[in-house]
Ligand binder design. Structure first.
Ligand code: G3P
Length: 220
């Protein structure tokens, strides 16, 4: 499983998001690996409709609809074909109580990937939160050009997997190579998340294919 987080990089504005998403769809179809575009709420429905790739949101809020000006509704997302969302990304933090409320109220057909950056949070409440996935990424390594969670903190991934036995773990922060992916999977993650390496590359398809090589023999 590979998540491609488009964040709000200007390289993903408008038609550029569609071009990147088409690459993700092409590589997913070719390799059989589950790939998800994690899109801006402004683009998510369009990307899903025009490319057919699986799309998640970068954030979802606790209000389902009606009088909830400016919030992102899970019900609205589902109605538009969006299949899931990140929650509590280190760039979009939420109070613990709100996170637990959102996860508790979510339907089975909408997947939530709870983002956590410290082992302590996993131990204290993250492992029991009931998320479909936990994305573990140390904030200090996000968008690093020469380091990653795999090169700097590989054993942390293993500890997260041990501490949250009922939840699938996705690893991220600085992921940019076949070796990064191999290490994450070896430590027990079911997949990885990449943003800057893919979105900012002059050749995103080549970068994505390199990440795919890390899955050789293991398809999630
Ligand atoms: O959501 C994943 C993201 O924070 C990782 O970013 O640029 O290190 O791949 P990046």
């Amino acid at each position: 499983m590979i998540l491609l987080n488009f964040k709000t990089y200007k390289e993903t504005y408008g038609n550029k998001a569609i071009e990147l998403a088409k690459i993700v769809k092409k590589v997913a179809d070719k390799t059989g690996i589950r790939m998800i575009v994690v899109a801006s709420a402004l683009d998510a429905a369009r990307i899903s409709k025009e490319t057919g790739v699986e799309v998640w949101l970068q954030n979802v809020d606790e209000y389902s609809g009606g009088r909830a000006t400016g919030w992102t509704s899970m019900d609205q997302a589902r109605a538009l074909g969006i299949k899931g969302s990140l929650l509590n990304h280190s760039e979009h933090g939420k109070p613990k109580g709100t996170i637990l409320k959102i996860i508790k109220g979510k339907p089975d057909d909408f997947e939530i990937c709870l983002c956590i950056g410290s082992l302590g949070q996993i131990e204290k409440w993250g492992a029991q939160a009931g998320a479909d996935y936990i994305m573990f990424e140390p904030p200090s390594l996000i968008a690093s050009k020469d380091k990653s969670i795999a090169t700097e903190e590989p054993k942390m991934i293993m500890h997260v997997v041990e501490k949250a036995p009922g939840t699938k773990i996705v690893a991220g922060a600085g992921i940019k190579s076949k070796s990064d992916v191999e290490i994450c999977l070896k430590m027990g993650a079911v997949g990885v998340v990449s943003a800057s390496d893919f979105v900012l590359s002059a050749d995103p398809e080549k970068e994505l294919m390199e990440l795919v090589e890390g899955f050789t023999g293991i398809i999630h």
